[in-house]
Design a protein around this ligand. Structure first.
Ligand SMILES: CC(C)(COP(=O)(O)OP(=O)(O)OC[C@H]1O[C@@H](n2cnc3c(N)ncnc32)[C@H](O)[C@@H]1OP(=O)(O)O)[C@@H](O)C(=O)NCCC(=O)NCCS
Length: 186
């Protein structure tokens, strides 16, 4: 999936364990408040591997992530981050929608999102969703009620998985051969 940005083209795809280095580098590029907002200690450079995550890439550089952590059966926690230089261009919302689709496809019923009370971006994201917000200044906790999956949520997940497979096959001899045949069929 493509989202046109002034800076270029953003691609979204599922992340796997091979993205760990890129993910850690992305986290270190966030400002301390954003790392805290994601539930990370500012100096914790070894955060747990998210079981489910989607990344936003610009020219092969990871610039945004949405991560899902199961809490208990049917319930999980969402952490979102977009690097400061790329905010307010729709990437956060795209990552948010993708995370909701992943959670719905697993029949989760509730998703927690912790954020700072004055976080206007998260409040804007929540405005379009059924969410109960509990304020405990300076923090807030939103509980999003999730609907069951639909063909649209499955399709969104498949698109992001397809992009991951495409990335992983890049460089395989068969993929190079297929590409060569496309460009030089004779
Ligand atoms: C939250 C975050 C991921 C949003 O990313 P983003 O790429 O800027 O988001 P978008 O551009 O898609 O904007 C989403 C909505 O927030 C609004 N918004 C974004 N930044 C805003 C700001 N500073 N003030 C007011 N509204 C803002 C946008 O207008 C948009 O609303 P709309 O879709 O109704 O027009 C990003 O701000 C971030 O990484 N923050 C630090 C980490 C964090 O707080 N994570 C959340 C807790 S886990």
């Amino acid at each position: 999936m493509l989202c046109v940005l002034r800076a270029g083209e953003v691609r979204f795809r599922r992340l796997d364990s091979r993205d760990r280095t890129a993910r850690l580098a992305h986290l270190t590029r966030l400002e301390p408040e954003a790392r805290r907002a994601r539930g990370l200690c500012a100096r914790n450079l070894d955060p747990p591997e998210p079981p489910l995550a989607v990344g936003a890439f610009l020219d092969d550089r990871l610039i945004g992530t949405s991560e899902l952590y199961p809490v208990r059966v049917g319930t999980g926690e969402l952490a979102l981050a977009v690097e400061p230089a790329y905010r307010r261009q729709g990437i956060g919302r795209a990552l948010f929608e993708r995370a909701l689709a992943l959670a719905r496809n697993r029949f989760w019923r509730e998703l927690f999102l912790f954020f700072a009370v004055d976080n206007a971006a998260v409040r804007a994201l929540l405005r379009t969703r059924a969410a109960r917000v509990r304020l405990e200044p300076p923090e807030a906790c939103a509980v999003l009620a999730l609907l069951p999956p639909t063909p649209a949520t499955w399709a969104l997940e498949l698109l992001d998985l397809g992009e991951l497979w495409r990335e992983r096959l890049r460089g395989w001899p068969c993929a190079q051969l297929a590409q060569a045949r496309v460009f030089a069929p004779f």
